[in-house]
Design a protein around this ligand. Sequence first.
Ligand code: HEM
Length: 396
Amino acid sequence: MVPAHVPADRVVDFDLFNPPGVEHDFFAAWKTLLGGPGLVWTTANGGHWIAARGDVVRGLWADAERLSSECLAVTPGLGEVMQFIPLQQDGAEHKAFRMSVMKGLASRFVVALEPKVAEVARELIDGLRPQGRCDFVADFAEILPLNIFLTLIDVPLEDRPRLRQLGVQLTRPDGSMTVEQLKQAADDYLWPFIEKRMANPGDDLFSRILAEPVMGRPWSVDEARRMCRNLLFGGLDTVAAMIGMVALHLARYPADQQLLRDQPDLIPAAADELMRRYPTVAVSRNAVADVEVDGVTIRKGDLVYLPSVLHNLDPASFDAPEEVRFDRDLTPIRHTTMGVGVHRCVGAGLARMEVIVFLREWLTRMPTVSLDLGKPVAMKGGNVGACTALPLVWSV
Ligand code: HEM
């Protein structure tokens, strides 16, 4: 049922988990909403608003006063079960917890981590190269961020395989685990590390964050679990999706591979531009006050979806938005790939470093990589869109 305050000309049927043609092209599927009204109401998934124009996406994302992050609304049960810190917090509470997390991920630590991340990437690439082909998603994109995360929290190598299966469920859920089971499995895995770091801090990411008092007191066990869960869930499928899209771009545009090999100093700018061009995250908000926007009213209690793709690929946001231009001026960062405003990704610096390291190590250690034209590239929709299959080949 469409609520009475939604004008008929704003109603669409758009299932963000399965938009039309998403299996072939996630971006084209979302772009079917561009060019119409700036805010539409979809009847799919119980009914909710979708911001469908760049300025509306960005403007609403910045409005943390009237749009709450508390309930991760669209995926049923997700918010209630996960209780992420700081992602699902609002106001002063959010600010206090976020500050501690930000300190743990400060740029000096990100810089210090780079050699370790490069080592993890090299190890994986060197294992792949003699094979001459791979499914980049299963063989690389899903593994790299997981291994990096485990390195960040200082998990010994022999403990890593236990999280591999869980990592697959996080990045490519096959429905075999409920949200509750997924949360439990993550908590069971993480708890021994959290407990140790709380009792005996080291210099890993969890220790650094948990050593920062929140509102002048130590973290409670429950808060520590919710924060560590947020870092695990926030930093795996997003990075896997991004690296998948970057690898897809390189395979489609061999001239860009060559350009970045010839001029590696372009790699940081290339990482920024590729992150702008291939935004995969869409977030949801719950209105806690009426919001007038684009000639309609989002009523208190309504859900709004904010897809970064409809900001970054709107020609009103960026000139020729689908072209990848390594010399595009992106300063200050105006794209919404990592969000906007008070919830902007706390892992943004780390994620950027991971993409830069991936580009550098991949282009240095691999020959020209192409799509395996005999097999299809496949994609999926959802809160984080991604390639689900990316068959690549190269000569050995
Ligand atoms: C390319 C990779 C990544 C992308 C595209 C991405 C995207 C985002 C976006 C769009 C948000 C804003 C959410 C909102 O407004 O509701 C966000 C928040 C967040 N991200 Fe990331 N992220 C990435 C990597 C990471 C990594 C590596 C980590 C952790 C190590 C991380 C941890 C978080 C956390 C904890 C938040 C919540 C921040 C807050 O609510 O204050 N993310 N991310």
